[in-house]
Design a protein around this ligand. Structure first.
Ligand SMILES: *[C@@H]1O[C@H](CO)[C@@H](O)[C@H](O)[C@H]1NC(C)=O
Length: 328
């Protein structure tokens, strides 16, 4: 059922319930040019990336390396299973036929088992967010079923890796949808070049956001965050003036949080916030794999959108208030 058909029914059944908070950036989830074909190629691009990542990881690090790093058997075998699951790309490529994009070339920053697994956790989480964000715009029912069946497996991978890293396997009652450009911005960091001759996906990457010092994990309601050179970069790119108000906009589950940034002393051109929001006022605490962009939207007069995003997407692992180590 299309969302437009479903909404009146939903509205009727919610008439007596509390108003459902909608994600702010609804228009950014609209179907891209090319519709389902573009969305499937977008999914295929992510599947190729993940497949290559596990292929390299399994080649670079042995079973003994994982055991030595504290990931006892059958962890390595389960990683191999994840790699096999990423062959879902062939199903997508098959559905697309000659319209399918090809594998790009990639570069992953991992250098050992620990950094490989940290990135694995991030990529699985981004996979979940990507399929979730795209779902509402898939028109063909059969494709939605395929995408949904990949999404649920991605979320199992995510939970498994998160639990192995002693992070909460399912930190929040809702996962976090990301829009096409947000996911593209994250994926583009690992893509060194697209396959020659492939049609370019109609998405753009935002200017990259650097979070320093990188901390793991952060705590909702207390950790400060510095966005290194973010003001200097946005001013020199002509995206803002030095006195333009800028907000760090966090996404976690279906909640969106706005925190006004301040500049730091000295001439580093950083933006800073004194603490990650704690939730409250009807919002759950940001928890788990949390995303952040910098935007000129304040959340009241203007909502965050691709058009007013000046940098992103950053990723932080966040523990909720009062929870020390992410283990429930
Ligand atoms: C695997 O090792 C190669 C060579 O050192 C490196 O370039 C690549 O980034 C590594 N990939 C992963 C996923 O660890």
């Amino acid at each position: 059922m299309r969302l437009s058909t479903f909404l009146p029914i939903l509205a009727a059944s919610l008439a007596t319930a509390a108003p459902l908070e909608q994600r702010d950036t609804v228009e950014d989830y609209n179907a891209p040019p090319g519709g389902d074909v573009t969305i499937l190629n977008y999914a295929l691009t992510l599947e190729y990336l993940e497949r290559k990542f596990y292929m390299e990881g399994l080649a670079n690090y042995t079973q003994a390396d994982f055991v030595a790093a504290g990931f006892a058997d059958p962890f390595y075998d389960n990683l191999k299973e994840i790699y096999y699951d990423e062959q879902a790309c062939f199903t997508l490529a098959g559905a697309l036929g000659t319209a399918a994009v090809h594998e790009a070339t990639y570069s992953f920053p991992s250098t050992d088992v620990k950094s490989f697994l940290a990135l694995s956790s991030v990529l699985e989480g981004v996979g979940v967010s990507a399929y979730l964000g795209a779902a509402a715009e898939i028109v063909t029912g059969a494709y939605l079923t395929v995408a949904g069946s990949i999404l649920t497996v991605e979320s199992r991978h995510s939970s498994y890796i998160r639990a192995a890293l002693k992070e909460s396997p399912f930190p929040k009652p809702f996962d976090t949808p990301l829009d096409f450009n947000q996911v593209f911005s994250l994926a583009a960091q690992f893509i060194t070049s697209f396959a020659p001759g492939d049609p370019a996906l109609p998405f753009k990457a935002f200017p990259a956001l650097t979070i320093q010092p990188s901390q793991y994990p952060y705590t909702a309601g207390s950790s400060p965050v510095t966005f290194t050179h973010a003001m200097k970069n946005a001013v020199s790119a002509g995206l803002i003036k030095a006195d333009t108000p800028v907000y760090a906009v966090f996404f976690s589950g279906l909640d969106t949080y706005y925190v006004k940034v301040r500049t730091t002393s000295g001439n580093s051109g950083d933006f800073k916030i004194d603490m990650i929001p704690a939730g409250g006022n009807g919002q759950l605490a940001p928890t788990g794999q949390v995303y952040v962009v910098l935007s000129t939207a304040d959340g009241t007069t203007t909502k965050v959108s691709d058009e007013n995003t000046i940098s992103g997407v950053g990723i932080l692992e966040v523990n909720p208030v009062g929870q020390r180590d992410g283990v429930f």
